[in-house]
Design a protein around this ligand. Structure first.
Ligand SMILES: Nc1ncnc2c1ncn2[C@@H]1O[C@H](COP(=O)(O)OP(=O)(O)O)[C@@H](O)[C@H]1O
Ligand SMILES: [Mg+2]
Length: 257
């Protein structure tokens, strides 16, 4: 009975934290990231994130943008070591909550060492996965639920949230085949080992996030050719950049008065 009540209190608190965080974001506009812009690519393993991110970064650099490319888990020296633990041998047990804490430990270092300084310099930060991956993988995939992930996220990321998130979406039977081809039949890694039903839950997690925040999170069908997916991504990024420029120009004119 006591356990049930503390569980209910916990979920009530986490729902309130989540609502107030969303309300804050809406009231203060999408971008809280000072001068730079923060774009993340998400999706299950083998969806094509790394491939697309490389091409997107090259295209943005051609247009004269200063681009900072990074990835999670990892992105820093200590983050890469945590990545090694997390993606390492599936035979070493790691509980779901420990996995969440390790992810956010790496994320905090990533924020302080790479993302925040680059945003301060006014750069475009492109990250191969960020906090939505924890909602999808630990919240949905590992079935921790959104509550614990929200609490961690408020503590560790706070107001530093992506301005735009592109979720590359494809069925797990396709992405697993791509991922296995990439690793030439070696099914290495904790997440890859989880198989189809786990990947399906993660995919559903990403789709749930995009329904909740349709302004920020865009679904990109990733089953087509690399060229076609890249074209779709560029259209979304282009529209996003135009919106941002308009918003910033109108903010400047308000300030000038
Ligand atoms: N649209 C696509 N069509 C076919 N193969 C693809 C496509 N996108 C990526 N691949 C291939 O699938 C594998 C996984 O892609 P990758 O970009 O590493 O995915 P992720 O970073 O999401 O795990 C790579 O071998 C890559 O060359
Ligand atoms: Mg990758």
């Amino acid at each position: 009975m006591g356990a049930l009540r503390s569980c209910q209190t916990y979920f009530l608190i986490s729902t309130l934290v989540r609502r107030s965080a969303l309300r804050y974001t809406y009231r203060h506009g999408a971008s809280l990231n000072e001068r730079g812009l923060f774009i993340t690519l998400e999706g299950i393993d083998g969806a094509g994130k790394s491939t697309q991110l490389r091409q997107l970064a090259a295209w943005l650099r051609e247009q004269g943008h200063a681009v900072c490319v990074t990835r999670e888990p990892g992105g820093t020296r200590v983050g890469e070591r945590i990545r090694h633990i997390l993606l390492g041998s599936p035979s070493t047990p790691i509980t779901a909550l420990t996995e969440l804490l390790l992810m956010y430990a790496a994320r905090r270092q990533h924020l302080e060492e790479v993302i925040l300084p680059a945003l301060k310099r006014g750069e475009l930060v492109l990250s191969d996965r960020f906090n939505d991956a924890s909602f999808a993988y630990q919240g949905y995939g590992r079935k921790l639920g959104e509550g614990p992930v929200y609490l961690m996220d408020q503590l560790i990321c706070g107001r530093t949230q992506p301005d735009l998130t592109l979720v590359l979406d494809a069925p797990p039977r396709l992405t697993l085949a791509r991922a296995r081809k990439r690793s030439r039949g070696n099914h290495d890694g904790r997440f890859e080992e989880e198989g189809m039903t786990f990947q399906e839950r993660v995919r559903r997690g990403y789709l749930a996030i995009s329904r909740r925040e349709p302004g920020r999170v865009k679904i990109v069908p990733a089953g087509g050719s690399t060229v076609r997916v890249q074209q779709h991504i560029r259209e979304l990024v282009d529209a996003f950049m135009r919106r941002q420029m308009k918003r910033r120009a109108s903010r400047r004119s308000i300030v000038r008065g």
